[in-house]
Design a protein around this ligand. Structure first.
Ligand code: HEC
Ligand code: HEC
Length: 209
């Protein structure tokens, strides 16, 4: 009985948190977020499209995913030394406001390179079908066939992202430097991918839309 009550309390706690975040999302103020985002432009670009593959594009990314990352970075669940201090004072509402601002900007349209036909074919295969022999699921199952992600499930968009960032982030998942995906699901997937697999899928999603 005590166990049951305890698990009920945990479940209700989780539901309470989800409700609170849904309220913050509903109240998100993109105009307020735009003001705060001035300090982000140097790395992520004025229009949310960053000048370098070292920094991810944020424009058009799922709002729920952006808010989660900002809160994860604030809380130390994802370590981004370049952003130390920048979001430390953010409330949850601030995170949703800034997320609303970037989510509303026009997403980047990239161009997949077809110079290496084998690499491109491998990228498409992994993305659309996965690789059963290695236990890699199809990326499209969660990130969707057009790469836009699913906001309600907090699955991020991958389409148009800098290939350099997609590769380094898959490496970070594989090595355990980034551990903030739910149940470490991306750590599990990325650790089954070779360097060539990462390069292939990163090139493929750059031009996906
Ligand atoms: C000095 C450079 C710098 C500044 C300024 C900066 N960032 Fe970042 N940001 C980064 C880097 C580097 C990463 C990616 C780190 C990694 O590889 O995991 C990142 C990642 C992110 C991500 C995760 C994106 C994703 O696709 O997972 C979000 C969201 C983000 N930043 C929001 C912000 C916001 C909001 C601000 C302004 C308050 C800001 N950043 C300012 C360097 C910066
Ligand atoms: C079961 C669902 C699922 C599948 C399948 C999946 N992903 Fe993900 N992926 C996620 C989730 C959820 C996140 C966000 C993690 C977080 O909250 O930090 C994510 C994050 C990512 C990111 C980080 C995005 C960013 O902006 O930092 C990359 C890159 C990525 N996935 C690539 C892939 C690739 C490549 C595949 C296929 C080989 C794949 N994913 C398969 C659910 C999935």
């Amino acid at each position: 009985m005590r166990k049951l009550l305890a698990s009920l309390a945990i479940t209700m706690g989780a539901v309470g948190t989800a409700h609170a975040q849904a309220d913050l999302q509903a109240d998100a103020d993109a105009a307020a977020g735009r003001e705060m985002a001035q300090t982000c432009a140097a790395c992520h670009g004025q229009a949310g499209i960053s000048p370098s593959g070292a920094f991810p594009n944020l424009a058009g990314q799922q709002m729920s995913y952006l808010a989660k990352q900002i809160m994860d970075i604030r809380d130390g669940n994802r370590v981004v030394p370049q952003m130390a201090g920048l979001v430390a004072d953010y409330s949850d509402q601030d995170a949703w406001d800034v997320a609303a601002h970037f989510a509303g900007q026009e997403a980047n349209l990239g161009q997949t390179s077809d110079e290496d036909a084998e690499l491109l074919a491998r990228g498409e295969e992994l993305y659309r079908a996965g690789d059963m022999s290695k236990g890699i699921p199809a990326c499209s199952a969660c990130h969707t066939p057009t790469g836009v992600g699913i906001g309600s499930a907090v699955y991020p968009a991958l389409s148009g992202q800098h290939a350099e960032y997609t590769i380094s982030t898959l490496q970070a998942f594989a090595s355990g430097d980034r551990t903030n995906s739910p149940n470490n699901l991306m750590g599990d997937i990325a650790s089954k991918m070779s360097d060539r697999d990462m390069e292939a899928v990163a090139n493929y999603v750059l031009g996906l839309n």
